[in-house]
Ligand binder design. Structure first.
Ligand code: 13P
Ligand code: SF4
Length: 302
């Protein structure tokens, strides 16, 4: 059955001139089909550069929206239209406008985990891979920087810069399952293991980490390090590409850290999306024009 679906997807992809962009947290069978797998920044860059007519985005809604902003003439399909990001929904455009009115001298940076409507209200976006760079650059021009919605990413960046950051109250409901207590226990069980985590983890967890990285940053670092055992503080899906790329190393994850939205993409839904060319991402042009500027500025930062 799954072999039939893979064949169907491969055939439809070539008929439609489509490319499959896949986030590092997706189910293994989806990652295996990827034309490009990566973190939010890498996927944005691929979306901007592709010559395909159709992008099938295997990830969550804000990522597919970002792809559409960067490649407006392409058809962008999100195989499950209900695959959202609860963190992105923690701030509305009205909240953002109110924040800007309260802090008129602050520049505004949005984590890419936001809706296009919120991106339209800020100066620039960033991902976990370039947050420090973007905030430092913006901080040269402004007295203070509003950063939304992730309070944990804001805290991590604030520890590394003198730029005054005004954080918001958002957080990732998946990464909070990785508690400091659970990390201490894993470290006790595996005393020689390196601990790497995502900056969406809470500050007490980040304080225990040897390395704090985006998902693709963790994949690169795992290949480079001499450590043969690694504790991985992020969504459990990253364990699949880590193990595949590093058969000689042992990875320990936190099985409770599952993002249910990332798991909504299935082979059936990818095949159906390519067959019906639905569900498509559409962004009203008034919003898209302003949101596009924020994401175009973001992809310029390394
Ligand atoms: P990355 O950009 O590091 O892949 O993170 C995306 C995300 O949603 C993490 O929860
Ligand atoms: Fe959003 Fe967290 Fe899922 Fe990433 S892991 S998509 S931040 S809910």
């Amino acid at each position: 059955m799954s072999q039939e679906l893979v064949e169907k997807i491969t055939r439809l992809k070539s008929e439609r001139n489509a490319v499959l962009l896949v986030h590092n947290y997706q189910n293994p069978e989806i990652q295996d089909l990827a034309d490009f797998a990566g973190d939010s920044l890498g996927l944005s860059r691929q979306a901007a550069a592709t010559t395909a007519d159709v992008i099938v985005f295997c990830g969550v809604h804000f990522m597919a929206q970002t792809a559409k902003l960067l490649s407006p003439s392409k058809t962008v399909l999100l195989p499950d239209a209900g695959a959202g990001c609860p963190m992105a929904d923690m701030i509305t455009p009205e909240d953002m406008r109110q924040l800007r009115a309260e802090h008129p001298r602050a520049a505004a940076v949005a984590y890419v985990n936001t809706t296009a409507e919120v991106k339209a209200e800020v100066d620039v976006c960033c991902t976990s891979a370039n947050a420090l760079k973007v905030i430092e650059a913006v901080g040269k021009e402004a007295e203070e920087v509003l950063f939304v919605p992730d309070k944990n990413l804001a805290h991590w960046v604030a520890q590394q810069t003198n730029v005054k950051i005004i954080p918001y109250r958002g957080f990732c409901p998946t990464h909070v399952w990785i508690t400091a207590e659970a990390v201490r226990q894993k470290r006790a069980e595996h005393p020689h293991a390196l601990f790497m985590c995502h900056p969406e983890c809470e500050p007490e967890v980040v304080a225990l980490a040897d390395e704090v990285l985006s998902t693709s940053g963790m994949l690169k670092s795992a290949q480079k390090t001499d450590a043969t055992e690694i504790i991985v503080g992020t969504e459990i899906g990253l364990l699949y590409p880590l193990r595949k790329a590093n058969p000689g190393k042992t990875f320990y994850g936190f099985p409770a850290a599952v993002c249910p939205n990332m798991k909504k993409t299935t082979l059936e839904k990818v095949a159906a999306a390519l067959e019906t060319m639905q569900p498509q991402i559409e962004i009203p042009e008034g919003i898209a024009a302003r949101a596009r500027l924020s994401v175009e500025r973001m992809v310029q930062y390394v």
